[in-house]
Design a protein around this ligand. Sequence first.
Ligand SMILES: [Zn+2]
Ligand SMILES: [Zn+2]
Length: 155
Amino acid sequence: MKLDVNQYFQGVDEQKEYDFSLDLSYIDIDGNFPFKSPVKINAIINSRIRIVTLKLKIDAEVNLICDRCLGEYVQNHSFTYDATLVKDANAAGFDEETNDEYLHVVDDEIDIGEIATDIVLLGLPTKMICSEDCKGLCFICGHNLNESDCKCEHD
Ligand SMILES: [Zn+2]
Ligand SMILES: [Zn+2]
């Protein structure tokens, strides 16, 4: 999913929008495959006075396993990403003073798929709970307490 961005550095002010659909169904997180349907990516590239910026909006439907009840649940996650494209490798990275992200362009291309994959994987919740009220599993018999109570004594 490489995008040739050379045209944007030619000094012509313009803006273009692209839509991609990214297949992440191969990604395995602890034996679970969270991305059953393709991730949607909207990319806007803007060029103004040779300053080229990239804006991404990523929408992912994620199938996760609840840490508490071990049930599968689906959540929609949206991510946004803004960066300034730079051809100079030294300028790439994150500038803490200005809070600006710089993305290094290699061979006039940026790889939208690779960028989006990183953003989605870094943005996944570390604590996965299907709902605030999830009662979890009984620690004695292992029954899912969201479905019904069990006969064990809980204090
Ligand atoms: Zn749960
Ligand atoms: Zn029980």
